[in-house]
Design a binder for this molecule. Sequence first.
Ligand code: PEP
Ligand code: MN
Length: 263
Amino acid sequence: RANRKFHPENSVVKIDKEKIGGGQLGIIAGPCSVESEEQIIHVAKRIKAAGANFLRGGAFKPRTSPYSFQGLELEGLRMLQAAKAETGLPIVTELMSTKWIDEFVDSVDMIQIGARNMQNFDLLKEVGKTNTPVLLKRGLSATYKEWLMSAEYIMSEGNENVILCERGIRTFETETRNTLDIQAVPVIKKLSHLPIIIDPSHAGGMSYLVEAGAKAGIAAGADGLMIEVHDDPANAWSDGEQCLTPDEFAELMVKARKLAEIE
Ligand code: PEP
Ligand code: MN
């Protein structure tokens, strides 16, 4: 079902009042983690003013260490909804366990499946039984075929609203957090009709790398971007090094729009 052979036209996925695929860039922005209601509302207003279409923010966090901050959980979902009520921005947030699937279906506009869960097949099947759009991140060392098979798990249960997200892969390089695989865009577009977006924040792991990755993604023909934005990156509860400030994000949006126009 994800295969281009049986579906020659590009898919467009509707998410609340927005869509991703088929032309204009879909911009998802927001902090790595939801930290407080004031924080998420503040960031939501700033990114909306800069031209973002969706608000992101993790409430359930897949942290490497069990001793790191794990997310505000259901309280975080409630804060995201409050930010949506203030700004109208549809919300995207990560689901890690089938345990919370009903709460997610009721309160989020797009369910993110994180890189670490790309092959959590039970989770994929369960989100496949819902109608909520799914943002499927590429696994840390997943091949294109494995990634598309994960999309297939979701779609084969009936949910065809899948968007892929390249977020960098593990390579031998240690200077950057991951290596952004820009070739993912043309390869996925050849093999599949699904929209694909680029997350330069998790790919590079450092804020100075975000602009180059975002521009490369647009130039390669990606359908959108996911960018981490924090009002005070130095004090972020997670991924501060890779977050842009709202001002930096606004500048990036100006450049991104120019580049998208000449595309
Ligand atoms: C995130 O989006 O905050 C995240 C944890 O991403 P990934 O699954 O790509 O590491
Ligand atoms: Mn993050």
